[in-house]
Design a protein around this ligand. Structure first.
Ligand SMILES: Cc1cc2nc3c(=O)[nH]c(=O)nc-3n(C[C@H](O)[C@H](O)[C@H](O)COP(=O)(O)OP(=O)(O)OC[C@H]3O[C@@H](n4cnc5c(N)ncnc54)[C@H](O)[C@@H]3O)c2cc1C
Length: 336
């Protein structure tokens, strides 16, 4: 049995875990960042970055940027001019960009190709039998988080399904097809070399088969071809129950920090990862940015709750929402 000790063990090298490690670079803490994947970055995700990541600097050449987006409600187009552009980036690019920022960090060790299978008091155990002890554990292990489970927290999930269509398009679009998709929507996110087109929905309200059918009908209607085996899908955990549990912290999807209404989670992951690192470095640190983001999530979740509770009001509520979206201060208030 190999046994080691670190001041901080971060489980998961997605945007949350990497953001946490990047922030901990400036400390004297010995940090281990563990991920089961061989390559840091790739993840089932559409790679859209909204207003909430406006302060997160990524070199322009890695992203595409859009100053407006189109929302389609019942065949009516609404063009929204954005206060801050929506950007798209592939998860490989984002992960590698974050990883690069750890290159000069002598106190951070990245251990990829390593799966944690058990969490015990003050240690994690890998499938290869390594016992890694910690003073602080950061759960950044995504929507089916082991750390979250070890805290006895249950999860609730929405689902995203998509195809990457090898066509370059130039418009970000959201289709709010409430008659068929209920509270879900179809998105079109143009990337540099493909267009990511997918459907987001709550499986308690709409079953996956119907959602997939809607997505594929849309693709066919636009003349796009796709292979069934190229469908990607994954759950997104949205029920937030807190981020601090003694010496264990939760970030990103593991904390349920995503928007239940849109499935957006990269921004939450980046900010919660950074803020938890600051909290570890200084126990008196007040994570105002994270708390503000949680307030925005709660606002978005409330609107979604109203949509779920009053399905007959979808047309009205979406129309009001689109009008509000045209006001730039509302975009900031609502985080879109
Ligand atoms: C279809 C789909 C589309 C999406 N589109 C968008 C979008 O356009 N914009 C947006 O903002 N959000 C989007 N999201 C949500 C976004 O992907 C997540 O919110 C985001 O990835 C959360 O980051 P994270 O770092 O918390 O977790 P993750 O990115 O999931 O990273 C978790 C990491 O932990 C590792 N890990 C997990 N368990 C273990 C273990 N036991 N041992 C070792 N390693 C482990 C995984 O390998 C992974 O690298 C989408 C999600 C889906 C499913």
């Amino acid at each position: 049995m190999i046994s080691t000790h670190y001041d901080v063990v971060i489980l998961g090298a997605g945007p949350a875990g990497l953001a946490c490690a990047i922030e901990l670079k400036q400390s004297k803490l010995q940090v281990l960042l563990i991920d089961k994947k061989a390559e840091i970055g790739p993840k089932i995700c559409a790679g859209g970055l909204t207003n909430l990541t406006k302060d997160y600097v990524i070199p322009n050449e890695k992203t595409r940027s859009f100053n407006r987006q189109k929302i389609v409600i019942k065949d009516n187009d609404h063009v929204i001019e954005l206060a801050n552009p929506i950007r798209t980036i592939t998860r490989l690019e984002l992960g590698q960009y974050q990883l690069q920022q750890l290159q000069d960090a002598s106190n951070i060790r990245v251990l990829n190709n390593t799966t944690v299978q058990e969490i015990q008091q003050n240690k994690v155990i890998t499938t290869e039998g390594q016992h890694i002890h910690y003073n602080y554990l950061v759960g950044a292990d995504g929507s089916t988080s082991l750390v979250r489970k070890s805290l006895g927290l249950t999860s609730k999930h929405c689902i995203g399904l998509y195809y990457n269509i090898p066509v370059i398009t130039n418009e970000c679009v959201w289709y709010l097809k409430y008659k068929t998709l209920k509270t879900g929507y179809i998105w079109v996110f143009p990337h540099k070399e493909h267009t990511n087109i997918g459907v987001y929905f709550n499986p308690l309200i709409l079953n996956s088969k119907k959602a997939r059918k809607e997505l594929e009908n849309y693709l066919t209607s636009k003349g796009y071809t796709f292979l069934n085996k190229e469908l990607h899908g994954a759950p997104i955990c949205y029920n937030y129950k807190g981020y601090e549990f003694g010496s264990v912290f939760l970030t990103g999807d593991a904390a349920g920090l995503t928007s239940k209404g849109t499935g957006e989670g990269i921004s939450y992951a980046l900010i919660s990862g950074k803020e938890i690192a600051r909290k570890i470095m200084d126990e008196n640190y007040k994570p105002l940015e994270l708390n503000n983001m949680i307030r925005i999530k709660k606002r978005q979740d409330k609107l979604f709750k109203i949509l779920e509770t009053f399905p007959f009001m979808h047309a009205f509520l979406y129309t009001v929402f689109v009008q509000l979206m045209k006001i730039k201060s509302f975009q900031a208030y609502f985080g879109v």
